[in-house]
Design a protein around this ligand. Structure first.
Ligand SMILES: NC(=O)c1ccc[n+]([C@@H]2O[C@H](COP(=O)([O-])OP(=O)(O)OC[C@H]3O[C@@H](n4cnc5c(N)ncnc54)[C@H](OP(=O)(O)O)[C@@H]3O)[C@@H](O)[C@H]2O)c1
Length: 367
């Protein structure tokens, strides 16, 4: 069956859905050309990874097939897509996923087609989604992980905070419920997730010790209201554990949010207080090695290794966190920082910049 025939038989387009004409049973082929409110080409620009490796394995293609939305899916024309550190893990193979693969875990744009038996959305809706395949002009995404973007919030602002912001919100609410007055150590505080987490922690009333690499990043973290900022790549900051102890009167912090991993995990264990918590949630410098459990005993330390997707599995959970995020964006309580919007063909450069610690805030790509 050709792509075209497949699409005709499986997609209910907006005008058909919205009932000027009674819905045509999906099993019956159209007797006439389908009415399209948005024309969908058969090929598109996309970045494909066929085998794991460095940024050079990101292949920019100009005539990649546009996917067909299946049951429960929407076809979204991406206006802008987020680039997250996790994309580099799937590229290198640190996290496994079937290849060939179009990377990119989030996008914002317009619904171009609605798959069969899919409700809640219409062609033309402005939406954001979390799934796979954001490095492309079009992505077929589950409606269950798609949300309409409220008026007054731009696609760019949503992409600068969607995956990262929901991660941060769920980790400070559920992984360790941060309380007013808690001392919190946050690594990579000027990064995509760190920039948002610093603000959210301060809004709760926590005392934040943010680490970042270099003067420019440290100035950003200070501006966000962090109580103590440590340049952990500077000569003085290399001994950041000592500085954290000093700042907390020798006690250590209530919780550490550590997404750097290999280079910081031992220091994080030293910097946490007795009965404190460490949340390891990323591998920017490499994964945390297996830790002998007795290492946790002397201070009765609790550890967690969460993932956002574990907190947004149900529609109710997903909507809870998207609402939390949109409310903060709309009120201006949460500011976003876009490192740069790169054209899709420069995706290898984005990965190089991310892994080279050159980004501040969130990098985005324009498909
Ligand atoms: N578990 C989850 O569900 C989840 C969800 C979202 C994000 N994450 C994790 O959160 C972290 C942040 O993600 P992000 O997309 O916002 O990235 P990001 O923070 O913008 O970029 C990573 C930052 O890590 C720091 N870093 C320290 N050592 C590094 C090294 N050897 N190589 C590269 N970077 C290093 C750098 O900041 P400095 O220069 O300031 O050191 C770098 O800018 C990642 O580890 C990601 O995997 C996890």
């Amino acid at each position: 069956m050709s792509l075209c025939t497949l699409r005709r038989s499986s997609i209910r387009l907006a005008a058909l859905r919205s009932q000027i004409i009674p819905a045509i049973p999906v099993s019956r082929p159209f007797a006439f050309a389908p009415i399209r409110t948005m024309s969908v080409p058969t090929t598109m620009k996309a970045v494909v990874v066929e085998q794991t490796g460095g940024p050079e394995v990101l292949q920019y293609k100009t005539s990649y097939p546009v996917p067909t939305p299946q049951e429960g899916q929407l076809l979204v024309r991406n206006n802008i897509s987020g680039v997250n550190f996790i994309d580099t893990y799937f590229r290198t193979g640190l996290y496994s996923s079937p290849k060939p693969e179009v990377l990119g875990r989030e996008g914002a744009g317009t619904v171009a087609a609605v798959g069969p038996n899919t409700s809640g959305f219409q062609v033309g809706d402005r939406v954001a989604w979390l799934a796979n395949g954001g490095y492309a002009e079009y992505t077929a995404v589950p409606a269950a992980k798609t949300v309409k973007i409220p008026e007054g919030i731009s696609d760019e602002d949503v992409m600068a905070s969607f995956l990262s912001g929901m991660t941060v919100l769920s980790f400070v609410k559920e992984t360790y419920p941060v309380q007013k007055g808690d001392w919190v150590l946050l690594h990579a505080a000027a990064g995509g997730a760190g920039f948002l987490m610093t603000q959210i922690l301060k809004s709760i009333g926590a005392k934040v010790i943010g680490t970042a690499g270099g003067a420019e990043k440290c100035a950003i973290v200070k501006d966000l209201g962090a109580d103590v900022v440590i340049d952990y790549r500077s000569e003085e900051g290399k001994d950041w554990v000592k500085l954290v102890k000093e700042a907390t009167g020798g006690r250590g912090v209530d919780v550490v949010y550590d997404s750097v991993g290999k280079d910081t995990w031992e220091g994080s264990l030293e910097a946490v207080k007795r009965k404190g918590t460490i949340v390891w949630f990323g591998n920017a410098s490499g994964p945390v090695p297996p830790i002998p459990l007795p290492k946790l005993s002397p201070k009765c330390v609790k550890i967690a290794r969460p993932t956002l997707f574990g907190y947004i599995e149900t529609r109710e959970e997903f909507e809870y966190y998207t609402n939390e995020l949109f409310t903060r964006l709309k009120s201006g309580e949460l500011k976003v920082k876009i490192h740069k919007v790169y054209p899709l063909e420069q995706i290898a450069q984005v990965h190089t910049d991310l892994e080279g610690r050159k980004t501040m805030g969130k990098p985005l790509v324009k498909p």
